[in-house]
Design a protein around this ligand. Sequence first.
Ligand code: NDP
Length: 332
Amino acid sequence: MTTMRWGLVGASDIAETRMVPAMRRLGHDVVAVASGSAERAATYADRNGISVSGTVADILARDDIDAVYISSTNEHHRPQTELAAAAGKHVLCEKPLALSLEDGQAMVDACARAGVTLATNHHLPGSGIHRTIRRLVADGAVGRILAVRVHHAVLLPARLRGWRLGSPAGGGVTMDITCHDASVLNPLLGALPADIVALAATQGPWGAAAEDAVMSTLRYADGTLVQTHDAFTIAYAPTGLQVLGSDGTIESAGAFIQDPLGTILLRDASGERAVEPEDRGDLYEINVAAFAAAVRGDGTPTSTGVDGLRAVQVALAVREAAASGRRVSIAS
Ligand code: NDP
């Protein structure tokens, strides 16, 4: 299979703005789109030059679709993944993979049983910037990592101020953004945090029903400390990742976004120097290409289903810590 024939499950903003263009740039076919509303599916298909629209069952029954890209709201990810796996379709599912560990594990199990590939569409861990930072760490550029700081406080665009601000669809900044942080931290540190404390707030002018700002502190079994700040409410701050080690510091600015931008600075005993990322490839193309290759048996997706589940595990623990005011531990 040199190209992939996709069915979109979910007539979403992210499919329209990022994923369909990425698929097409790679020469993949976007065959069909499914939505909960026939009218919405038809309008969306028309607007995006997709020839087929229908229900999820309609598109899963087609034999001209190899894989589905699920970008519905989060509560649909599990049932739609299970249906797709049962129909023998490979699944690239949006983050957060699921709203509970039980749901996420069921998705991983369903795809394993069906022998189809499951991946999570975390766009940050595969970026040239984050691959380069992992390589610098593996090469010993900072010595032993002692602490990491993540600044991922942004302003939620007006067009996205719907279900994310609190609904049964899994709103709240922790499931939306902290899970992105975890998708970068987990492969960087090679472990999940052991203990987590956090505080959250509702700050925005929109009267959100869920938290729209959260700060957390994570402690790892080896003593590494991590701070995260995730928010929908901060308009004028760059995103950032700082890796503070015994022999040096890596400081990345502006890379926790959807475009392949940002910088890396390495500071150690010999001074300070800029490091160019390995590449500046489109973050969504990287995911689609890695997924298609994995389906062909060549390598693994940027974030597997299990990687997505581990990111959910950290986000759920942060949310629980903030809601309860207690320290939450993750068993190793
Ligand atoms: P949207 O709100 O655009 O779409 C989600 C669902 O909401 C759609 O599938 C659609 O349901 C329904 N919907 C959307 N617009 C309307 C409307 N005008 N009227 C009625 N229903 C509507 O969500 P996003 O694209 O922001 O997010 C989708 C998923 O992608 C989420 O899981 C999110 O976390 C993830 N995401 C990931 C990003 C990444 O960088 N990896 C970035 C942004 C989002 P239906 O399909 O039934 O019509």
